[in-house]
Design a binder for this molecule. Structure first.
Ligand SMILES: Cc1cc2nc3c(=O)[nH]c(=O)nc-3n(C[C@H](O)[C@H](O)[C@H](O)COP(=O)(O)O)c2cc1C
Length: 226
């Protein structure tokens, strides 16, 4: 594995560009203004930009009116790594994750599976609530897809598969969470065909009605434990 260390002064410069909006698209940056915001000379600011570009942490386009800079995916990853370290400093060992996604409609199959007694009983016993027969589907935003991957490192509750109605029902896993204060759980059926950017949520109440949600609405899912 390659160990890659960005210099503290380069990181500071990268952050200044990101604060100008460089993670969202290209921003006009001059060595003078950048130097002023970092309390360094324009020459030093210019050297830092060259250094960031060489490390492919930014990309630059020189135009007649000046230079336009974009933070690359690698640059953004570097800033996120720093951010994760601050999270660890200020959150201690308490793990807290927030997923953001938009409500989408499924085919209604979740409703069927959540009505099957063999699943309902297990959810009730293991989550402490009788789940509403239905699932709320969320399409995660790109940043939350990364957060969702990190959830694989924490402990989920197992739901056992079983035989009923002359067929087999597969295993599933669930993870307690909250949406607008409502106790919920992310449910992950082993046989689900959904891609990684879609999560299914169950709750005691129908969340669409309880929260007045419609397709496209943005929802925050909080996962946290001590
Ligand atoms: C608790 C639970 C168990 C499931 N078990 C199975 C299963 O055994 N086999 C299967 O093909 N899909 C299973 N599914 C997944 C559904 O086929 C489907 O991915 C999902 O629930 C889609 O719901 P939607 O159409 O409402 O979006 C299960 C879903 C849930 C919520």
């Amino acid at each position: 594995m390659m160990i890659y260390m960005i210099l503290a002064e380069d990181l500071q410069c990268l952050k200044a560009i990101a604060l100008l909006g460089g993670c969202r698209g290209s921003v006009w940056v001059s060595s003078q203004t950048l130097g002023r915001s970092l309390d360094i000379s324009p020459q030093t600011a210019s050297r830092r930009l060259i250094s960031l570009e060489r490390q492919t942490l930014i990309s630059r386009a020189i135009r007649p009116d000046g230079q336009y800079i974009t933070v690359t995916n690698l640059g953004e990853a570097e800033l996120k790594r720093e951010y994760a370290e601050y999270m660890r400093i200020f959150n201690g060992d308490r793990k807290r994750f927030v997923l953001t996604g938009n409500v989408i409609s499924g085919l209604g199959e979740g409703r069927y599976y959540m009505s099957v007694p063999g699943y309902r009983q297990q959810f009730q016993d293991k989550l402490g609530f009788a789940p509403f027969p239905g699932t709320l589907n969320l399409r995660l935003n790109p940043q939350s897809i990364e957060t969702r991957k990190r959830l694989d490192t924490i402990e989920w509750i197992d739901i056992q598969g079983f035989n009923a109605e002359n067929r087999t029902f597969g295993d599933a896993r669930c993870l307690p969470c909250r949406i607008a204060g409502h106790p919920c759980a992310i449910v992950l059926p082993t046989r689900s065909h959904y891609p990684e950017d879609i999560v299914e949520i169950i709750a005691e109440t129908g969340l669409r009605d309880a929260l007045g949600l419609q397709d496209g609405d943005s929802v925050e899912v909080e996962i946290g434990y001590d």
